[in-house]
Design a protein around this ligand. Structure first.
Ligand SMILES: Nc1nc2c(ncn2[C@@H]2O[C@H](COP(=O)(O)OP(=O)(O)OP(=O)(O)O)[C@@H](O)[C@H]2O)c(=O)[nH]1
Ligand SMILES: [Mg+2]
Length: 330
């Protein structure tokens, strides 16, 4: 039987051991997650995302220090979904976050997608649940904002902080468009570099252009559809603040902390937080349902049935849609 007590009291070795099991989808992990679930839902989960090299890790490091100074415990989850050679990046982060190590109120976990059975987004969600149950007041999740997995990871956060930096090439414009929509707080880091003010103005312009529904509360498009209700919602919609920082010098950090706290209060006061949570849980349920149904189905197929069907497709004897029908009929 899994004993949740060591995790609930934040015992670090028990925590590290369980997180490894969760990452490896070990059979014991499921029982542990079930036992811990009632203890989750207390942390402020903050996603930090943005193009490569914008200074996310440096910023996370500074935010963690500031949160510690005001007495909050902090867990950091650094996710590196892109590179199969994560050793270097994680080592770099370790060095950057060195001033946090040794502090019992800080827990840092680096995750790479390689070899992860359950998929990165789901595993990250489970890791965050464990840290939440362990009582960390603040959970910072760093992802590189490049693809679907990262956006999904950002969505599991209550507050999403998008980091920009001046002088990024055109290739990141696409990334920007996608992640601007999910931003609750925008930071232009590397404000010591030329072009920071211009980047800030450009961001402000694209935020003004963005359709309001896209960045107002989730409630606006899921729940409240009648015009007058929407008007009410607009008046209390969240406008993402845009802030300048120099993470390497710790400049601008108090304003970011303030914005994060304000956003949390907004989520609480408007009921938006609960609606986001509801959406997130629905998504998780759907995802797991889909996975389980598929796994059950594949387990029931006769051995070789798939291979045989692939050969028939190859020979153009059948089309994919009818192949599925035949496999389901058995
Ligand atoms: N000039 C300047 N450099 C910075 C600032 N913040 C971070 N850097 C530098 O930018 C580089 C990348 O910083 P990281 O914090 O690793 O950025 P990141 O976004 O986490 O990078 P990835 O995780 O690899 O995507 C490092 O060399 C930092 O020292 C800043 O405010 N000003
Ligand atoms: Mg980083």
């Amino acid at each position: 039987m899994f004993d949740p007590a060591p995790i609930l009291s934040g015992e670090r070795r028990a925590l590290a051991r369980l997180l490894t099991r969760v990452e490896n989808s070990a059979p014991e992990a499921e029982a542990a997650l079930a036992a811990l679930f009632p203890h989750t839902g207390r942390a402020h989960i903050i996603g930090v995302t943005g193009a490569p090299g914008t200074g996310k890790s440096s910023l996370v490091n500074e935010l963690a220090k500031a949160f510690r100074q005001s007495g909050n415990t902090v867990a950091i989850v650094a996710v590196d979904p892109t590179s199969p050679f994560t050793g270097g990046a994680i080592l770099g982060d370790r060095i950057r976050m060195r001033d946090l190590s040794g502090d019992p109120g800080v827990f840092i976990r680096s995750m790479a997608s390689r070899g992860m059975l359950g998929g990165l987004a789901r595993t990250t969600a489970d890791v965050v649940k464990v840290l939440d149950a362990a009582g960390f007041a603040i959970i910072l999740i760093e992802t590189v904002g490049a693809g679907q997995a990262e956006v999904e990871i950002a969505r599991m956060a209550q507050t999403t902080l998008v980091v920009e930096a001046p002088g990024l090439g055109d290739e990141v414009q696409g990334i920007k468009a996608g992640i601007l929509e999910i931003a609750d707080v925008l930071v232009v880091n590397k404000a010591d570099r030329p072009g920071a003010e211009a980047a800030l103005r450009a961001l402000r312009a694209s935020l003004d252009l963005a359709p309001r529904a896209a960045r107002s509360s989730l409630a606006a498009h899921h729940h409240l559809s009648s015009p007058d209700k929407r008007a009410v919602d607009e008046s209390q919609a969240w406008t993402p603040p845009i802030l300048l920082t120099v993470a390497t010098e710790g400049k601008g950090i108090p304003d970011v902390i303030e914005a994060l706290r304000r956003h949390r209060a907004f989520l609480h006061d408007t009921g938006d937080g609960r609606q986001r949570e509801r959406e997130r849980l629905r998504q998780e349920l759907e995802l797991r349902l889909r996975e389980t149904l598929l796994a059950n189905l594949l387990a029931r197929l006769q051995t070789g049935a798939m291979d045989g069907m692939v050969e028939r497709l190859l020979a153009r004897e059948i089309d994919p849609a009818n192949a599925v029908k035949q496999l389901l009929i058995g």
